[in-house]
Write a protein that binds this ligand. Structure first.
Ligand code: ATP
Length: 363
């Protein structure tokens, strides 16, 4: 049974509709990410679940019980926000113990729980340190220890890594997933960063303008974005307009030439669609060497070494710029201005419903 069910929730502020008919569920022990651009309604949705905001219509159901009228402190949700909301002048132990004050625990029990939580987040021995003197990453760990200490059945995290620099975010992102799994807590995690959502969640719920536009595992969403907009939002920028010209197998005509066979049972001849070419689709080849494969030729705009791979931006004469991540074979990299040929793996190409103009680079 779902631990949390959000059923047809809508919300407006004044006359502006911020959430429209939002429905989803979260299973026990699941980590679900609400992912979407700034302003799409993620925080409002969290606040409604937490009881900090009231929906205009729809229901929030927790463990089978509707939460209508149940106040914030009786909902049992743990909350962790970007600004941590720690008490800067108090020590770490007092901050972690804060969430335990509602529970009838002895002083020894509180101390034991605080130590257990600090050990879990890698801060054992920090009990007497003042929060004020800690680094951003350490403060983030204290905030996590504090929100986990009371053992909430549902933990909601709103951009908890948002204010940290990239390297620290990367480190804590991986750590957070391990900690949440170890505790086994059910969690809803809000972010506008797809990498964070992919790294952390069992399931991603993508929102746009107050509506859910897709949900699925990170792998499914990445492999089969529901629309050109979702693809663009996930950073999959190689989107090419196309027309379906054949079925069984599906083939499409594009400014890059004919592409196929492609997997799209829903396609019909004449349909205008969008082709998504994932960045890992391409391999450099000698020109004319593979007449049977899909080969595209273009001029290198940019080629930068990124460690495990290199990013190559190629300009195609049809006026398209395509970006690829090439595995680096320790040989030389192509230079800007050089003309190159690339083969495309059919498995890394998808057909998306909808034409290019439905795609948005904005929300
Ligand atoms: P971000 O990632 O920037 O926090 P978000 O997806 O969490 O964005 P929300 O904070 O839920 O989005 O805001 C959704 C919309 O509702 C925004 O346009 C915001 O300005 C508006 N909004 C939120 N709270 C209120 C409020 N109390 N009164 C009026 N408008 C509000």
């Amino acid at each position: 049974m779902a631990l949390l069910e959000v059923a047809s929730v809508s919300k407006s502020f004044d006359a502006t509709l911020v959430l429209t008919d939002v429905s989803f569920h979260v299973d026990q022990g699941e980590i679900v990410c609400l992912l979407g651009p700034s302003g799409c309604g993620k925080t409002t949705l969290l606040r409604i679940i937490a009881g900090l905001e009231t929906a205009n219509s729809g229901q929030v159901i927790f463990a089978g019980h509707p939460l209508d009228g149940v106040p914030v402190h009786r909902r049992g949700c743990g909350l962790m926000f970007q600004d941590f909301a720690l008490f800067p002048r108090q020590d770490v132990a007092a901050n972690v113990a804060f969430g335990l004050r509602m529970q009838a625990l002895s002083r020894q029990q509180v101390e034991a729980r605080v130590t257990e939580m600090l050990t879990m987040v890698g801060l054992r021995g920090y009990e007497r340190r003042r929060v004020y003197d800690l680094s951003g990453g350490e403060q983030q760990r204290v905030a996590l220890a504090r929100s986990l200490a009371p053992g909430p059945p549902l933990l909601m995290l709103d951009e908890p890594l948002g204010s940290l620099d990239r390297a620290l975010r990367e480190e804590l992102m991986n750590e957070l997933r391990v900690i949440l799994e170890r505790v086994g807590v059910t969690a809803i995690y809000v972010t506008h960063d797809q990498e964070e959502a992919f790294a952390l969640s069992d399931r991603v719920i993508i929102m746009r303008r107050g509506r859910i536009v897709q949900q699925g595992t990170p792998q499914t969403v990445y492999r089969h974005p529901a629309s050109a907009w979702v693809a663009g939002f996930l950073g999959l920028t190689n989107l090419v307009p196309a027309g379906v010209v054949a079925l069984e197998p599906v083939q499409v005509e594009t400014p890059l030439g004919r592409l196929g066979p492609l997997d799209a049972e829903w396609a019909t001849v004449g349909q205008q669609v969008t082709v998504l070419i994932r960045p890992e689709a391409a391999r450099l080849v000698a020109k004319g060497a593979h007449p049977d494969d899909v080969v595209i030729e273009g001029t290198v705009r940019e080629c930068s070494f990124r460690g495990g791979h290199c990013r190559l931006v190629v300009h195609h004469e049809a006026g398209l710029e395509l970006a690829f991540e090439l595995s680096w074979d320790m040989v030389g990299l192509p230079q800007p201005g050089e003309s190159v040929a690339l083969t495309l793996r059919a498995e890394a190409i998808s057909l998306l419903t909808g034409e290019m103009d439905e795609q948005a680079t904005t929300d």
